[in-house]
Design a binder for this molecule. Structure first.
Ligand code: NAD
Ligand code: DAU
Length: 350
């Protein structure tokens, strides 16, 4: 049986990746390693937590000794690395946390792989999950391809760019089998309500102001999170060593247009008069260094590995809103902080 370490599996995207691998690959044992920061929520995985091919380890990737011990004990065949500090606004107020987890944490994992996989690099795989933000900002036209130069602007994207460079350096210098993917903005269930879409859903539901930075003219390219998880699956299994793939939905939206669409969906689902939720839109001070536009060219992934996004945005957003409205307990546990007790209740003493 193959043993795969997935880091950050209690987070938004990580939980979808863990669920997909545990469910679709009973021949693998999935070890989910997560520090359970504010963004980690084991309640994201209640449906699979008792599966025999799943286990959870609470650990911090910035702790090199802890990571080394785990690699020694578990003899992993592969790593899929998602653990990160992920929110741009938090990186503006506390950049150091991003350097620690995203750069040092990634290097700690690479060092453990280098040490424990020595003599066996051809049999192992280190998959690094990264972001399109490493490429910087686009103007009105153009798209990011795999050969676009790195030009990060926020402390978050600078830390992710640095981690990408380290992953490539370990491939080029030591011969470790690595793959990297750079994905655009994800949306879907279990998304922490600090990010635009879940924050707006929660605020609209509670009749609170919906903050739109600047004039709302910034553009993001949105992808259904389960399509991202499927792309990771395909790349993990099929990509050649050292390759990079861009993942995106060809689905660009101005923030203000997206928020209006969301308000329309919420009006219908909450039985409010048309236009009611849009009254909550509040323009606020812009994010510092706010990248104007992201757009991903995923031709390489589509042509080489036959991946295409499965869901239209309008349908995906509708499903996402329904999920949040149907999972009120999840949302209220997250907003009240109750979710942080889940580990103690379910895992302590196991
Ligand atoms: P998230 O913030 O929802 O989850 C991050 C997870 O990492 C959490 O469970 C957290 O507890 C864990 N973690 C944080 N620091 C840790 C540490 N020191 N040790 C161990 N675990 C730690 O993030 P997400 O949105 O799911 O993003 C996952 C990955 O995908 C990140 O690497 C991010 O850069 C990348 N990414 C995200 C998006 C997006 O739209 N959200 C798009 C492209 C790439
Ligand atoms: O592009 C991929 C990236 O997408 C990932 O690497 C990041 O981890 C992920 O957080 C996301 O980054 P963004 O900064 O694009 O996502 P966020 O949801 O924070 O913001 C989306 C857009 O909405 C952005 O232009 C800022 C704006 N915004 C955000 C918030 C939280 C608002 O206008 N108001 C808000 O309250």
């Amino acid at each position: 049986m193959k043993k795969i370490l997935i880091t950050g599996g209690a987070g938004f995207i990580g939980s979808h990746v863990v669920r997909r691998f545990v469910t679709n690959y009973p021949q693998y044992h999935i070890v989910n390693l997560d520090k359970l920061t504010y963004a980690g929520n084991l309640a994201n995985l209640t449906d699979i937590e008792d599966q025999p091919n799943y286990s959870f380890v609470k650990a911090d990737i910035t702790d090199a000794a802890e990571i080394n011990t785990l690699f020694k004990q578990e003899n992993f065949d592969a790593v899929i690395h998602l653990a990160a500090e992920s929110h741009v606004d938090r990186s503006i107020t506390d950049p150091t946390a991003f350097v620690m987890t995203n750069v040092i944490g990634t290097v700690n994992l690479l060092n453990a792989a280098r040490e424990h996989w020595k003599g066996n690099y051809g049999e192992k795989r280190f998959y690094h999950v990264s972001t399109d933000e490493v490429y910087g900002a686009l103007g009105e036209t153009g798209m990011f391809t795999e050969t676009t130069g790195y030009d990060p602007h926020s402390p978050y994207s600078a830390s992710k760019a640095s981690s990408d460079h380290f992953v490539r350096a370990y491939h080029d210098t030591y011969g470790i089998d690595v793959v990297i993917s750079n994905c655009s903005n994800n949306y879907g269930s279990h998304h922490f309500p600090e990010k635009l879409i879940p924050l707006a859903i929660n605020n609209i539901k509670n009749n609170q102001p919906v903050p739109v930075y600047g004039k709302g003219e910034n553009i993001r390219d949105w992808l259904w999170v389960e399509d991202h998880a499927r792309a990771i699956d395909v790349i993990f299994h099929q990509a050649k060593s050292g390759q990079t793939y861009n993942i995106g939905g060809h689905n660009e939206w101005k923030n203000i247009d997206l928020i209006h669409l969301l308000c329309d969906i919420m009006d219908k689902k909450l039985g409010r008069p048309a236009g009611e939720s849009a009254k909550l839109i509040t323009f606020v001070t812009d994010r510092a260094g706010h990248d104007l536009r992201y757009a991903i060219d995923s031709t390489k992934l589509q042509k080489e590995l036959d991946w295409v996004p499965s869901l239209q945005f309008e349908e995906g957003l509708d499903k996402t809103v329904s999920w949040y409205l149907e999972n009120e307990a999840w949302l209220s546990d997250v907003t009240s902080g109750n979710y942080q007790a889940y580990y103690d209740k379910q895992y302590e003493g196991r």
